[in-house]
Design a protein around this ligand. Structure first.
Ligand SMILES: Cc1c2[nH]c(c1CCC(=O)O)Cc1[nH]c(c(CCC(=O)O)c1C)Cc1[nH]c(c(CCC(=O)O)c1C)Cc1[nH]c(c(C)c1CCC(=O)O)C2
Length: 343
């Protein structure tokens, strides 16, 4: 059994008593830190950085040392899964991820493989092993994957989009293809998360970043069943499901076989607790834009948030990833305010 000096986040995730609220931030390993930008510069590109285990490990640990968060999250991207299945991506400067080839037909889906993480994603597993050794039990490590629906969006659309209308068109007009693709992504994701756990991840989070573009009915058909399969398959460590914009699915989230439900800032805290129920831990949900305000405002909003969530069965976080142009001192203010909170 691993000897963790700080296991607050794991206890909170399992619904056990904690002496203070644990805190981490989505996208904490990234451009907000000058130290990250320096390593990224050295690596040459995002993909070079993500696929070099020593460098990925270095930027994973930076927020633990610099910001004092209660967990590290492995530096990678949700798009490494499509790549491992045979659909490579490029990261275009100032544009974001692009898939030069996209999925159009059943034949395209059939050409994809269910990846073997020990081969196609070995670089992530190697990075996890280095992080675990360098963290030496200071804080737990979070592993992650994209939800199958969010990955389908990129694999069909080929790039980011406000509407993902090409991907949604496939759901409405090519249901069979969509389900075949979602199942293949799900099978890869389960194997991948299990491999991350075997390599040392202490908790895993599923990011359904584009959940909010679906109707409640479509969400129940095309996203939830696949997230449910993943939750049912992962029994080794706590699982967090974060579905951005899926306010309509909060009651369904409460029925998943997961431990933590992530909330975005559009979701009312008391209402979410009612809808999700008392059995799960909640995570979130400060608007990342609060971190553009004054130190006093940040403290005020952070304390008010904790007061609404309560200090138990709760993990403090933002309602989505931190924006790259946020002042690290403001981030530190948010984290310190959580750590100093007295009920
Ligand atoms: C949708 C999504 C992606 N990637 C991810 C999601 C789900 C979470 C979310 O909704 O924000 C997840 C992700 N991406 C990255 C992490 C690292 C760990 C962490 O949270 O600190 C995580 C957890 C690194 C990254 N992934 C990316 C960067 C920036 C690239 C760089 O440093 O040059 C980082 C640090 C690139 C990326 N990757 C993706 C986009 C749309 C972009 C471009 C936008 C941007 O630049 O922020 C896809």
């Amino acid at each position: 059994m691993e000897n963790l000096q700080n296991d607050l986040i794991l206890r909170a995730a399992r619904g056990q008593q904690v002496e203070r609220v644990p805190v981490w931030m989505m996208r904490q390993a990234g451009r907000i830190l000058a130290e990250y930008r320096a390593v990224r510069e050295k690596a040459g590109s995002f993909i070079q950085l993500a696929t070099t285990p020593e460098l990925a490990a270095e930027v994973t640990i930076q927020p633990v040392d610099i910001l004092g968060v209660d967990a590290a999250i492995i530096f990678s991207d949700i798009l490494v899964v499509p790549e491992a299945m045979g659909l490579p991506y490029v990261m275009e400067e100032k544009v974001g991820p692009i898939f030069p080839t996209t999925i159009h037909s059943m034949a395209d889906v059939e050409k994809l493989r269910v990846a073997n993480p020990e081969e196609e994603l070995k670089y992530v597993l190697d990075a996890i092993k280095i992080v675990k050794s360098e963290l030496n039990g200071r804080v737990p490590l979070i592993g992650f994957a994209g939800a199958p629906f969010t990955l389908l969006c990129y694999m069909i659309e080929g790039k980011g989009s406000k509407t993902f209308s090409k991907a949604k068109k496939a759901l409405y007009s090519e249901s069979e293809l969509s389900h075949a693709l979602l199942q293949k992504i799900t099978d890869t994701t389960i194997a991948y998360l299990k491999a991350q756990i075997a390599a040392g991840a202490n908790l895993v989070q599923i990011f359904d970043s584009w959940a909010g573009i679906l109707s409640p009915e479509q969400y129940r058909i095309y996203s939830l069943p696949y997230i449910a399969q993943i939750c049912d398959a992962i029994t080794e460590v706590p699982v967090t499901v974060f579905a951005k914009g899926a306010f309509f699915a909060r009651e369904d989230m409460g029925k998943l076989n997961c431990d933590v439900v992530g909330l975005d800032w559009n979701m009312d805290i008391a209402e979410s607790r009612k809808l999700v129920g008392d059995s799960k831990t909640l995570q979130g949900n400060l608007d990342p834009c609060v971190l553009y305000s004054s130190f006093d405002e940040i403290k005020k909003h952070t304390r008010s948030m904790i007061q609404q969530f309560g200090t138990q069965k709760y993990i403090a976080n933002l309602g989505h990833g931190v924006y790259p142009d946020t002042n690290p001192d403001k981030v530190k203010c948010f984290i310190d305010t959580v750590k100093e909170y007295q009920a």
